[in-house]
Ligand binder design. Sequence first.
Ligand SMILES: Cc1cc2nc3c(=O)[nH]c(=O)nc-3n(C[C@H](O)[C@H](O)[C@H](O)COP(=O)(O)OP(=O)(O)OC[C@H]3O[C@@H](n4cnc5c(N)ncnc54)[C@H](O)[C@@H]3O)c2cc1C
Length: 507
Amino acid sequence: MDKKRKHFDALVAGSGISGMTMALLLAKTGKKVLLLEKAKRIGGLMQRFKRCGLPFDTGFHFTSGFGGIMDNLLRMLGIGDVVKAERFSPPGGARLYIKASDRLICYPEKSSEVCRVLCEHFPAEKAAIKRYFADEAGVFANTPAMHFKNMEDFFDFSAGPGSAILEEDLITLDEYLDRLAVSPELRAVLAMFAMCHGSPPSQISFANHCRVSFGLHDNIVKVKNGGDAFIRAFLREAEKLDIEIRCETFIAECLDVEDKIAKSVRLNTGEIIDFEQAVLAIHPRSILEILPEKVVSRTFRERIDKAEDTLGFFSLHARLSPKVEDFPVALTSCLLSLDLNRVMSNEHPDTAMAIMTAVEKIRNEEVQTVNAFKAMTFEDCRQWRGCPDRSADPSYQAYKKKQCAQMTADIEHIYPQFRGRLEILETATQLTFADYLFSSGTAYGIKQKSGEFNIIGKLPLRNFFAIGQSALLPGMLGAMISAFIVFARITEDRQVCELFTPEGKNI
Ligand SMILES: Cc1cc2nc3c(=O)[nH]c(=O)nc-3n(C[C@H](O)[C@H](O)[C@H](O)COP(=O)(O)OP(=O)(O)OC[C@H]3O[C@@H](n4cnc5c(N)ncnc54)[C@H](O)[C@@H]3O)c2cc1C
């Protein structure tokens, strides 16, 4: 047999949370799986990195879903024993600072409690706040994919007509808020979690906004050891299930395309891989690069060409030196402008920022760390794209310095006790994310605009499927759910449900 030719049942390209999830699901049904990752390390945006021995998160800081669907997904993957939620201290721990009014709102746990706190802050607009929270909870309750408990639920859903479209899918968040007729400040507060899906209120459907924001209003938590907890758990299971993982490896060309099916590919390493199904857990524009031109219709190409990227982030990673007495472990979102549409198109220099504070231990010493993320779009750093040695370019360094100075001033305004103590250890622009992940460096893939269809499931090659954050809903949870839904669609034998037992005793 040709040494440069190997057979696998399934091939998964992209090892972010969606690719890792899909690889595990397929392997648990006994399939021989090959997972390809173009970067040097697996994990995509879930990876952490270390500076001065301290771990920092890149693209995963907090999530919703624990105590609900996340527990069910982790159990079915057999990793619920090691991926554990960690509450902020004080509980709730999520706060919102609004620069225009110098107002700080502390969010308690539970959506109903958040509603109550906002009514206290905006007493004249109580009725509108209650209406908003009722509608948000209604969309969440009526979205089946957010409530699946076991594998049968995913199979039932995938066998049905597809996702149920709600009335709220057909209006934008802006249109909904116009009807609600709230003050500009409350409007920004209700739309704030747009930062967690990356599409501005004028474009996101009210329903998709609610699908992301309800969970975050209800139960926002960190994960112990951040994204590394998922990667370690995945590697443990991958070893048991004999998943083959190849880094710095990607599909160079589809081969033997017949009747819109490609059963083999050539990798960049020259090796030829035969397989039954391929799942692409990568940015839709990268999918287009893989599919042979002859199978891609003009409509499909235009759909992807037209798709817009979500916002990205400028990130700053620091430690406090010396330490402070008053150090909450919290997530503080900061609205530096009230107009989220302008913020998310970078038309406003004061955008929005999230500040995560944490305590890390190295060599038995507790260190206080600060991760801050400021919204930006690709336009911000387009001029340095393709620049051979950006880091040596004085204009790029000056841009980064200016961002850091602005962010430091804003952080110190919100946390006066940090003044003069922030020691910046690393920064990253959207170009840094793009370099590491072979994408445009966006935070959430492509925008999920009201009235537009996502690229999920079957692709123009009939045995190729798309999953990931651009497929269903952005964020780690949305990327994971997309993998489960598509897994149920491509797995023809419903009997596999037996392998995902309620106790999580998978094969
Ligand atoms: C700064 C930042 C903060 C964020 N914070 C949060 C948060 O707190 N909570 C949350 O839920 N979400 C957050 N997100 C979003 C979240 O990280 C993503 O929605 C999610 O991780 C996306 O997972 P994925 O599997 O779709 O893609 P990715 O994680 O992007 O993985 C795709 C992988 O595919 C690889 N790849 C690319 N091209 C190829 C190819 N041709 N062949 C093989 N491999 C390829 C890439 O190298 C990458 O490893 C954040 C994002 C950013 C940027």
